[in-house]
Design a protein. Structure first.
Length: 384
């Protein structure tokens, strides 16, 4: 009846902690990829990198949420806003709004064919004549000219028509006064420095949280903390509950929770029980030992609700299930055997599954006639 014969697949503390370390490493790596390049992206955006532009900036802005801590996200947002304002002050604009109908056609943009009657005039300027669409805000000729020059595009004349002339520029500060250029450069340094500090703090905080995560998992495997309290703590740390579930399973497997389990439940886990406790098979061991009161055990069982295992007792082959931790009566006894629950949903097994399993179920120690898995001794199939 031993549920853990397969040593290769047996759940161990080393395996559980190994998964924790793997998850910590992957989380830090993924977070690093997500946020560590934010300062560099903003720096390139401020210098007019055409691979970032207006759309790229909004992607970076949204990346700020990956920092993972509300206060740091809120601290970063004003720096993003400052960077956007500087970009606009320099003269940059969304590149799609700077193109003529012909240029849109050349890059494969759709929806601008109607402007081909003025093919070499910037669409937003042509629209002021053709009135083909409503624009909430129109740019001046000078705004468009500056933005096109900064983008390395051909210049336009006073009618918004391209001239074919390329105006060479040396840097993104081309249209700023020398005084303002110095001020902007200083602001840019402060923005990048500020974002770099925020990113470093976010990663450091995540490392600290994940160190707590390892401690929580170790406490779980030791059976010292409840499932409900732990889940709440791990959700605050924004980590997966999968390893926690394995840690809890290990705690039951290794006997760390025996004080709240009945002899019947311990035997279902595939472990032996001292004969002295078998005389009260429905009373948890902690109560029998007088280490815990009925109220204390009842509280823990109500919080835990179930425990998980893999067993061949019900199916004839190893199968993952969950078993309910039934409430105790005033005497500290369960009044029925554990319910067999689906290991994914933790809901009672479908009656069709139960009907199928009834043909394969082995002798369940101390089962009651009211339990669907109960078999009279005379009809039992010999255990494997």
């Amino acid at each position: 009846m031993n549920d853990f014969d397969d040593e290769e697949n047996k759940l161990t503390l080393e395996k559980v902690i190994g998964k924790v370390h793997q998850e910590i490493g992957e989380t830090i790596t993924n977070m690093g990829h997500e946020v560590s390049d934010i300062p560099d992206f903003i720096s390139r955006f401020l210098q007019g990198d055409s691979h970032i532009g207006w759309g790229g900036f909004h992607s970076i802005y949204r990346k700020g949420d990956a920092l993972g801590y509300k206060d740091l996200v809120e601290t970063a947002k004003p720096l993003f806003d400052q960077a956007r304002d500087i970009w606009l002050e320099k003269g940059y604009r969304h590149s799609g709004a700077l193109l003529t109908a012909r240029e849109h056609q050349e890059v494969g943009s759709s929806g601008y064919g109607q402007y081909m009657v003025m093919p070499d005039t910037v669409v937003s300027v042509a629209n002021q004549t053709l009135k083909l669409m409503e624009e909430k805000k129109t740019m001046t000729i000078e705004e468009i000219r500056r933005a096109r020059i900064l983008e390395g595009m051909t210049n336009i004349d006073d009618t918004g028509t391209v001239t074919g002339e390329i105006v060479p520029i040396t840097d993104s500060y081309h249209f700023l006064s020398e005084e303002r250029k110095a001020e902007i450069k200083k602001l840019e340094q402060q923005i990048i420095s500020g974002l770099r500090s925020i990113v470093n703090e976010a990663i450091a905080m995540k490392v600290a949280d994940l160190t707590k995560y390892e401690g929580v998992i170790k406490d779980l495997t030791g059976g010292w903390v409840s499932r409900t309290a732990t889940y709440a703590q791990l959700e605050k740390l924004n980590v997966s509950l999968e390893v926690a579930d394995e840690a809890i399973k290990l705690a039951y497997q290794e006997g760390r929770k025996d004080d709240v389990l009945t002899p019947m439940e311990i035997m279902l886990l595939g472990r032996k029980v001292d004969e002295q406790y078998k005389t009260n098979p429905y009373t948890p061991i902690g109560i029998q030992r007088r280490r815990l009161s009925v109220e204390e055990v009842s509280t823990v069982r109500a919080e835990e609700k179930f425990f998980e295992l893999e067993t061949d007792l019900f199916t004839g082959y190893k199968y993952p299930i969950a078993l309910s931790l039934e409430p105790l009566n005033a005497k500290g006894e369960t009044e029925r055997g554990p319910l067999v629950l689906d290991h994914n949903t933790k809901e009672s097994m479908d009656n069709r599954v139960i009907d199928l399993w009834k043909n394969s179920v082995q002798q369940i120690p101390y089962s009651r006639p009211t339990d669907w898995y109960h078999k009279e001794q005379a009809t039992l199939i010999a255990p494997k």
